[in-house]
Every structure is written in structure tokens, then in C-alpha cells.
Design a protein around this ligand. Structure first.
Ligand code: SF4
Length: 465
């Protein structure tokens, strides 16, 4: 699985907002490494800088200084919809209105063909679902609507996941879909009595890094509009039945451990997942180790609850930037070796409990277990901090088709045999919810098949078009 974009929006008079946005995007780099971009408003003009690559590659000091302005939006991208090349990098710009507008999106729309068809647009002419939303907004604005009105009309017809920031002359708007699949929060620069600016970001660590205080999460269906006069909140979209459905994998895997989501710290939730797994699925072993990064806090929790020593068994190469597409099992196995290397002296002769966050196709897990055995592990007992991943995600995460998901085509015992471990168990949904401290507020469609919003079934596949 791959993360699916991070977004930032900042309004702050007298501050170098492009530099603040750079720091915030840097804190969200884990959400997308394919491309990065920024749009600022200054001198009645919107300027966009974007390119393929990591945040540190895309923005030079010269570019950040040139961007200027007091309003900015930013984006880090992993493509779940449309092209992965430069032209689909975000923010997306349209020239409609006083100075045009720019848009950055985290999520995935599930009814793009219907949206395009209704507007007489050829879906194949659009670079991504974000490009289509920008085109539809542009039509509305050219027909006389304000950008806020256009957002209400266009996103009112959109289905799926969207946490979006939009920059126009004199305002930054932030909108979250009625289910709140992807996170989005608001922070404040300065004090409550004397605010100096406002920051919107996918995850709270992006607020911390620019010195902004966390104010609150943006509600599902809410639009926050920030101008130089302050912040206003509008109920743009009716809340979905059953309301909030934040992606449960934000807790399991995607979000930073220091992020707070719905008031719960991600690291704490991961540690508790491990504790629950130790009670649910004990085993006699010498060492508990986690698969970096998100498996490590869960492994610490397993060790604490089981009394088995915690240790490190894998070293991760942190300098792998753009993710390689590895279409064959052999290439995926090579990808595992490129990323992880065993600590042989910690592993040799040991009965290992290995805690990982998920199994999707199973090819990387199988390669990982083979690597640990080659390093001399006496036994490998795999414990997974999410239930079996048996359904594709249509809400902004890049997953394979159902027939490529190991849990959709194999029984638990067949999965264990394929992976080659001595024992295998997955946390139950009840224990996962208990560890997070949330229940129905989280989407778990890829674990249960209970999709809270329409899926693009007519398209087949995993939400691509
Ligand atoms: S289907 Fe799974 S990955 Fe997708 S939003 Fe729901 S919980 Fe997250």
C-alpha cells in the first residue's frame, strides 16, 4: 500500500509563508514522494511551483524566496488516480476568476466518469480526479459563482474521499468529504487572543513543525475559509449517514506516530495494538521485533504485554525516495532487500515474534520471512496489527485488485504456508478498535467489505480510470 498525498494551507501576514509551507510539507513527506508543489498568492497573482521528486529536491531557496506572498497551499503526491508524471503534480491551477485558483487534494473520487459526463467533459482529457474537480470549479466560476459557491456545487456531486485545500485571491479554503476519510486539521500561529496566522494540514505534526498550536480537526463536510480577517466555518456538505469514517489505516500505517487523529495519538494506538496481539495470540519466543517503521511500536507493545524481550532485527534504509513500481514477485523481493537488511547477530538461533502492520499481496512478507530465515532465525512467528486485508480501497489508498490480495484468495493456513512462517495471526477488528479507542468512527472497508460510500464498481479494478 502507498500513502495518498499530504496537503497544507497557510495564511499569515508578514511571515515567509513559502518557507513555513516547505517545513510543513517536509513533515508530510511520508504521505507522498512522487511530486511536491506549492501555490502562493501575491501581487494579485497566483504562482505555482511543482515538480517530480521529494520536497527538498523540488524547492530551492531561490524558488521559495520568489514565491513570496502571505497565502500558500502545498501538496506532496502519491498518485492513486490518473497519471504519475509531472503534468499531474499538484497544486492544479485554473485561470477562472479574479486571479485564478489553485487546488491540492488528498483522496480519491469514486464517480469521476459520471461527474465528467454530466459536464460534457471527456474523462480521458483529464490528468486526474483533482484536475477534473478544478475544471468543474472553473466552469462554475466562469458562469458567475464565487469559488465557495462552486466548491459547494461541485463537491456536492462528488463521491469518495477528499481532503482539499484551494487558494484564490485573498482566501484559502479547506474542505473535507462528508465521511472524513482522510485527516485534515486546523492550527493557529500566535496566541488565542492575538492570532498571527492560520495553518491547515493533513496531520498535526505539520502544525508542530511551523510552531502552530493545534486548534481542531476540520469536520466531515465542513469548509473552513481563511482570509486576512480570520477564519469562518461553513457546513458545505451534509454529513453522511453514520457520519465520520476516518481511514483506520491512518492509525495502523499511514500517519506519523506523533500525529493526533480524533484526539488519539497514533503511536499510543500502535503500541496498544501490539499489547492486544500479545494477549490474543501468545507464543513461546526469545525476541520480539517490529518491521520498521509502523511495526516497531506494536512490537514494543507485544513485548511489554508478553514479557518477551524487545529487540531490533532489521535495519531500514531511510534514503529511498521515489517508490519503485515492482510488478513481479522477484522485483518485489529485491525491493525488500533494498529497503531492509537483517541484524544477523540479533536474529541467529532466535525464536522470533515479528510484528508487521499489514499483508497485502504477501510477496514482500514472504521475502521478509525468507530473509530472516537466511539470517539464521530458528522460528518466525508473524503477528499482524491489522485484520486480513481482503478488499480493495477506493478512498485514496493505492491497493491491488481483489484477486491480488492474499487474504481474498487464501485461508489463514494457506497464507501461512505461502509466507513460510511458523505461525501467523492477525489482530481482530474488535481488538484493533479497542487499541485505537474508536469504533464506528473509522472506515474498515478493506477489512470487512462494508464500504461506507459508493465504489466505482462499474470501472472494476482499484478505483483507477
Ligand atoms: S478502505 Fe481501508 S484503506 Fe481505504 S479508507 Fe477504508 S480503511 Fe482506509
Amino acid at each position: 500500500m502507498k500513502e495518498a498525498c499530504g496537503v497544507v494551507g497557510i495564511v499569515a501576514t508578514g511571515r515567509d509563508v513559502s518557507y513555513l509551507c516547505y517545513d510543513a510539507l517536509y513533515a508530510l513527506q511520508h504521505r507522498g514522494q512522487e511530486s511536491a508543489g506549492m501555490a502562493t498568492f501575491a501581487d494579485e497573482m497566483i504562482t505555482v511551483v511543482k515538480d517530480n521528486g521529494l520536497v527538498s529536491h523540488v524547492f530551492s531557496d531561490t524558488a521559495l524566496r520568489a514565491l513570496g506572498g502571505s497565502m500558500v497551499i502545498g501538496h506532496t503526491r502519491y498518485s492513486t488516480s490518473g497519471s504519475a508524471n509531472w503534468t499531474a503534480a499538484q497544486p492544479v491551477y485554473r485561470s477562472a476568476g479574479r486571479s485564478g485558483f489553485a487546488l491540492a487534494h488528498n483522496g480519491n473520487l469514486t464517480n469521476t466518469p459520471a461527474l465528467a459526463e454530466a459536464a460534457g467533459i471527456s474523462v480521458s482529457s483529464m490528468l486526474s480526479d483533482s484536475d477534473l474537480v478544478a475544471e468543474l470549479l472553473g466552469h462554475e466560476v466562469e458562469a458567475g459563482a464565487s469559488l465557495s459557491e462552486a466548491l459547494g456545487r461541485v463537491l456536492g456531486r462528488a463521491e469518495g474521499a477528499f481532503s482539499m485545500v484551494v487558494l484564490e485571491a485573498g482566501a484559502v479554503h479547506a474542505v473535507r468529504d462528508p465521511h472524513g476519510f482522510r485527516p485534515l486539521c486546523l492550527g493557529r500561529l500566535g496566541t488565542e487572543d492575538a492570532p498571527e496566522g492560520w495553518v491547515i494540514a493533513s496531520e498535526s505534526p505539520a502544525l508542530d513543525v511551523v510552531g502552530a498550536a493545534f486548534v481542531r480537526e476540520i469536520e466531515p463536510g465542513e469548509m473552513i475559509s481563511v482570509t486576512f480577517e480570520g477564519v469562518t466555518s461553513t457546513r458545505l456538505l451534509a454529513p453522511a449517514p453514520g457520519a465520520e469514517r476516518l481511514c483506520v489505516f491512518e492509525f495502523v500505517y499511514f500517519a506519523r506516530p506523533d500525529a493526533y487523529l480524533l484526539g488519539h495519538q497514533v503511536h499510543t494506538a500502535r503500541r496498544r495494538m501490539g499489547e492486544a496481539l500479545a494477549v490474543q495470540s501468545p507464543v513461546a519466543a526469545d525476541l520480539v521485533m517490529g518491521v520498521p517503521d509502523s511495526g516497531v511500536p506494536a512490537a514494543e507493545g507485544y513485548a511489554k504485554a508478553s514479557g518477551i524481550p524487545f529487540g531490533y532485527g532489521l535495519v531500514k534504509n531511510r534514503y529511498i525516495g521515489r517508490t519503485f513500481i515492482a510488478p513481479t514477485p522477484n522485483q518485489r523481493a529485491a525491493g525488500v532487500r533494498r529497503k531492509l537488511n537483517p541484524l544477523r547477530e540479533n536474529i541467529a538461533g532466535q525464536r522470533l515474534v515479528v510484528v508487521d502492520d499489514s499483508i497485502v499481496r504477501g510477496t514482500t512478507t514472504r521475502a521478509l520471512v525468507g530473509m530472516l530465515r537466511d539470517a539464521g532465525a530458528a522460528e518466525v512467528h508473524l503477528r499482524i496489527s491489522s485484520p486480513p486485508f481482503a478488499w480493495p480501497c477506493y478512498y485514496g489508498i493505492d491497493t491491488p485488485n481483489r484477486d491480488e490480495l492474499l487474504a481474498a484468495t487464501h485461508s489463514p493456513e494457506q497464507m501461512r504456508e505461502y509466507i513460510g512462517c511458523d505461525s501467523l495471526d492477525f489482530i481482530t477488528l474488535a481488538n484493533l478498535r479497542g487499541a485505537i479507542g474508536l469504533g464506528e468512527e473509522c472506515c474498515d472497508a478493506c477489512l470487512t467489505g462494508n464500504y461506507p460510500a459508493p465504489t466505482p464498481v462499474a470501472l472494476g479494478g482499484a478505483g483507477r480510470w
